[in-house]
Design a protein. Structure first.
Length: 465
């Protein structure tokens, strides 16, 4: 007969052996070896290492457990993680680790040759780490703190990244083969590294790409007019995504006409089809070769976005852009396209000396115009007329819950406001709104989509029912 003491001893020995085996297997990670340098996983490794000893030092376990809890809470708030935040954190770390396996999955999906077996071994180990029973750890520490197993974030609790639901689905998978296949599919459809969370990026010459957490992608439908320009943008972008011939595009025209908003709205239209956007400053064009090296093997389509582009006569970055668009020996990869906006057709400002010189004026003008000509498509955006501007105002008002009506309807709604307010929203006389919108445009920045939006923002902010 086995006594309770012997049974408990056997159980403790079994746990120690499991932790020893897990520690050995963690040290044998290959593809995901970078995770061993992760600070949070380091705390967990310290705990595993101590519990694998014949006599565990409780103070070391306790210190590392609460360091682990502290850092997990900070990460959970930043990333809006809930439930078992240790499990969520490790899954995020797996997805964000930009290793050779992850990049290969992006490009080749399940056709992975030897990498699949290596990944299976690593994911099997990491799955065991994800499934560590933190309740058992708390028992050893005589703690009732359930923070790690059942956490609810506060700071960004109402915010979700575009792909957070896809990540959460992975947490419910128990089978290692099924989990690995789902991770491969995630890499292929969404990406790894910074691509895991974001669809818009900026470039840092030291850190590389970084995702823009709070990006304003806008909605193409909210931009009134410019139907021809929208059609060309959509057709060209669709061809680009499908791998068909497509052109770099220059959007030229008056300020406030929605050029930048249209480019950004394309990502909202096509991000599920793999479209991403990277905003570059003209001073970063010198890094374009490095950027290309980062993008060439990614299974996503990237718009390189140059906003409000123009060059002074003494600036030389335009030569970099000319080479990028056409003329460089290195071919631009098929998953990269350049969209730029500018307030002027001639991107390089002329100097007075060039205008006055008859000998060199033609050569100089041709040199400067050749930059614009290297964009395959140029779309012009004219300033809207007063009536087009007012149509924008009316559309934006309606989208923001303001119901522009004639004076008689306003009186009727006012008499029945208790019954009709939910259906009608805020009631305003169109005659008054129209007159105020015209005055606003004249006194502010002229008639444009941007002015219309600023006017409606003002109305919403000051409206009293």
């Amino acid at each position: 007969m086995i006594t309770p003491q012997i049974s408990l001893l056997n159980s403790q020995n079994s746990i120690k052996l499991r932790f020893k085996k897990l520690l050995t297997d963690l040290n044998r990670l290959i593809l995901y070896r970078n995770l061993l340098d992760n600070k949070i996983i380091g705390y967990l490794t310290n705990i595993i290492k101590e519990l694998a000893e014949d006599e565990a030092n409780e103070s070391i376990v306790e210190k590392n457990y609460y360091e682990l809890t502290h850092d997990l809470i900070i990460n959970a708030e930043k990333e809006n993680l809930s439930g078992n935040i240790l499990k969520s954190y490790i899954m995020n770390s797996i997805l964000k680790d930009e290793n050779i396996f992850a990049i290969s999955c992006e490009k080749h999906n399940h056709n992975l040759e030897s990498l699949y077996e290596l990944a299976f071994r690593d994911i099997s180990v990491l799955k065991r780490v994800m499934d560590i029973d933190t309740k058992h750890l708390r028992t050893l520490l005589d703690s009732n703190d359930e923070t790690i197993e059942n956490y609810t974030p506060t700071l960004y609790k109402d915010e979700k990244t575009v792909f957070s639901e896809y990540r959460e689905e992975l947490l419910d998978i128990d089978s290692v083969p099924e989990l690995l296949d789902s991770i491969i599919e995630y890499y292929y459809k969404i990406g790894s590294g910074e691509l895991v969370d974001h669809v818009a990026f900026k470039w840092d010459d030291k850190k590389g790409f970084s995702g823009i957490k709070y990006c304003d992608l806008g909605n193409m439908g909210s931009i009134v007019g410019y139907n021809y320009q929208k059609e060309i943008l959509l057709k060209n972008t669709s061809a680009f995504i499908e791998g068909n011939p497509s052109n770099n595009i220059l959007l030229v025209g008056s300020r406030g006409t929605g050029k930048s908003s249209l480019v950004k709205s394309l990502v909202k239209e096509y991000y599920l089809d793999g479209l991403r956007i990277i905003e570059l400053k003209k001073s970063q064009l010198k890094d374009f070769d490095l950027i290309i090296d980062n993008l060439r093997n990614r299974n996503k389509k990237f718009i390189v976005f140059l906003d409000d582009l123009s060059f002074e006569d003494n600036e030389t970055e335009y030569k970099e852009l000319k080479s990028i668009l056409e003329g460089s020996l290195e071919k631009k990869p098929e998953n990269v396209i350049i969209y730029a906006t500018s307030n002027r057709r001639n991107l390089i400002k002329e100097s007075w000396s060039e205008r006055e010189s008859e000998i060199h004026s033609n050569d100089s003008i041709n040199e400067k115009m050749s930059l614009s000509d290297r964009f395959g498509i140029t779309l012009s955006f004219y300033s809207p007329t007063q009536e087009e501007y007012l149509n924008m105002v009316k559309k934006l008002a309606t989208e923001n819950g303001i119901n522009p009506c004639n004076q008689d309807d306003v009186k009727f709604y006012s008499m029945n406001i208790g019954k009709l307010s939910e259906q009608t929203g805020r009631i305003m006389a169109w005659e008054t709104l129209r007159e105020d919108a015209i005055k606003w445009g004249i006194s502010q920045n002229g008639f444009s989509g941007r002015t219309a939006k600023q006017f409606i923002d003002y109305i919403i902010g000051t409206y009293k029912n």
